[in-house]
Design a protein around this ligand. Structure first.
Ligand code: DC
Length: 218
């Protein structure tokens, strides 16, 4: 049985930063499931489909063939054969992904790919439903969170460092809206699995969180 570690939590909790570091330390592959949902959202955006139109999203998402590869340990997401990594991390794509990921057809499509990856690789996988739905037998499971204030501040600082002039209140409102959508959808909502360890990173350093997760693996 491959080693499968699950990390779930709300947007901006630091899941991907932490998971990448644990992956390196433990020699695992890092599977970023949010990037898969973002790739579908990118396709929906490119096709000009309304993310709230359930039927159109179901139909259009079936045309989006998502596959994953690795280059120097970095996950590459291919959308119909095109490497789309450079287009995935915008606020727009994230907000659309939060809406389109509530669609059952989109989830079914990606669930299979995620289960397959975990069945054949030692991995750390992050997302919203990894410990509850995708990998119910993962060990350890971590629910990583932080207050919306702290998460918004981290995002704000990232954008300032890139030379942008972000609006803090808008970032915080977006984060809270995504939390609400991700936690209240019918299928596979974001919630802490019963056997997951809660880690609130609001007042922890990245290294401290990585250490907690590595300790849970022992
Ligand atoms: O983690 P992220 O911000 O890249 O994820 C983008 C969106 O994808 C998120 O708002 C909800 C959705 N998502 C999901 O529904 N299930 C997952 N396992 C991962 C992400």
């Amino acid at each position: 049985m491959p080693l499968n570690i699950a990390i779930d939590g709300p947007a901006g909790a630091g899941k991907s930063t932490i998971a990448k570091m644990v992956a390196k330390k433990k020699n695992l592959i890092y599977v970023d499931t949010g990037a898969m949902y973002r790739a579908v959202a990118l396709y929906i955006l490119r096709k000009g489909v309304d993310p709230a139109d359930i039927e159109a999203v179901s139909k259009t998402s079936k045309e989006a063939d998502i596959t994953i590869g690795y280059e120097d340990g970095v996950q590459i997401v291919y959308l119909n054969g095109e490497n789309v990594n450079a287009f995935l991390r915008t606020e727009e794509v994230g907000n659309v992904a939060s809406k389109t990921s509530a669609n059952p057809a989109v989830r079914e499509h990606l669930l299979y790919l995620q289960k397959q990856l975990a069945a054949s690789n030692d991995c750390i996988m992050d997302g919203r439903d990894i410990g509850t739905v995708v990998l119910p037998n993962a060990k350890p499971k971590v629910y990583l969170t932080a207050s919306s204030e702290v998460r918004a501040k981290r995002r704000f600082d990232e954008l300032v460092a890139k030379g942008e002039e972000p609006d803090f209140d808008k970032i915080k409102a977006d984060i809270e809206q995504r939390d609400y959508q991700d936690m209240h959808r019918e299928i596979a909502p974001l919630r802490q699995a019963e056997d997951a360890t809660l880690v609130d990173s609001s007042y922890m350093t990245i290294e401290e969180v990585v250490q907690v997760i590595c300790d849970l693996c022992e």
